[in-house]
Design a binder for this molecule. Structure first.
Ligand code: CUA
Length: 229
C-alpha cells in the first residue's frame, strides 16, 4: 500500500505490474531525453545571432527531424502494445472471484466453491484496532491463494463503481447490467489494499478493498470452513 511521501508507483505484487513499472521507467527516460534536448535548443536560440538571408529549404534536415521522432515513438509503441495484449490474456484461472459494487460497499462471491458470498464493509474509525488502517480496512477480507491465476468478474448493483488495486495493476469498472472480466496473479503473501475509483456517490471514498494473499493450503482451509458454515 501507499504510505507517506510515496510519490511513485506502489511496489508490485504481480508479474504484470512489474512489467508496467519497467515500461513506465522506459517511457519516462525517453521523455526526459526529449525534454532536455528540446529545452536546450530553445534556450540556446535566445543567445545566438545567426542569420541566413538565402535560406529557402532544407530537404535533408526535414527528412531527419521527421523520421527520427517517428522511430523514437516506435520504441514506446511496441512495448506498450505488447503489455496491452499481455494484460488482456486469461491464463486458465484456478479461482474465480466475483465482486459486486454497491452504494457503498463491495460484496464478493466465490462461484467455484458452492457460491460462498459475503459483504465487505469498511471498518468505522471508532471501531478500528490500533494496527488497522483508517478508511482502508474492511470487516471481511477477500482471501486469495498466492501463485495462482485468479479471474475476477466485476459488476455493480446500483451505479458504476471501479474495483481497483494498484499493486496488482487491476482497475475494472463495475457497471450495472454488465460483467467485466480481468485476471491477476499475486506472487507474494500479504495484504493488498485498493479503493473504488469511479465517482459513485457521497461515500465513494469509503468502500475500500482488501485482499489477503495466502498459501494455497491456507486458502483451502479458509474456503472449506466457509462452505460448511
Ligand atoms: Cu464505488 Cu466509487
Amino acid at each position: 500500500m501507499s504510505t507517506w511521501a510515496n510519490l511513485g508507483l506502489q511496489d508490485s505484487a504481480s508479474p504484470l505490474m512489474e512489467q508496467l513499472i519497467f515500461f513506465h521507467d522506459h517511457a519516462l527516460l525517453i521523455l526526459v531525453m526529449i525534454t532536455m534536448l528540446v529545452g536546450y535548443l530553445m534556450f540556446m536560440l535566445f543567445f545566438n545571432t545567426y542569420i541566413n538571408r538565402f535560406l529557402l529549404h532544407g530537404q535533408l534536415i526535414e527528412m531527419i527531424w521527421t523520421i527520427l521522432p517517428a522511430v523514437i515513438l516506435l520504441f514506446i509503441a511496441f512495448p506498450s502494445l505488447r503489455l496491452l495484449y499481455l494484460l488482456d490474456e486469461i491464463n486458465e484461472p484456478s479461482v474465480t472471484l466475483k465482486s459486486i459494487g454497491h452504494q457503498w460497499y463491495w460484496s464478493y462471491e466465490y462461484s467455484d466453491f458452492n457460491n460462498v458470498e459475503f459483504d465487505s464493509y469498511k471498518i468505522p474509525t471508532n471501531e478500528l484496532s490500533s494496527d488497522g488502517f483508517r478508511l482502508l480496512d474492511v470487516y471481511n477480507r477477500i482471501v486469495i491463494p498466492m501463485n495462482s491465476q485468479i479471474r475476477i468478474l466485476v459488476t455493480a448493483a446500483d451505479v458504476i463503481h471501479s474495483w481497483t488495486i494498484p499493486a496488482l495493476r487491476v482497475k475494472v469498472d463495475g457497471t450495472p447490467g454488465r460483467t467485466n472480466q480481468t485476471n491477476f496473479f499475486i506472487n507474494r503473501p500479504g495484504l493488498f489494499y485498493g479503493q473504488c475509483s469511479e465517482i459513485c456517490g457521497a461515500n465513494h471514498s469509503f468502500m475500500p478493498i482488501v485482499i489477503e494473499s495466502v498459501p494455497v493450503n491456507y486458502f483451502m482451509k479458509w474456503i472449506s470452513n466457509n462452505v460448511n458454515s
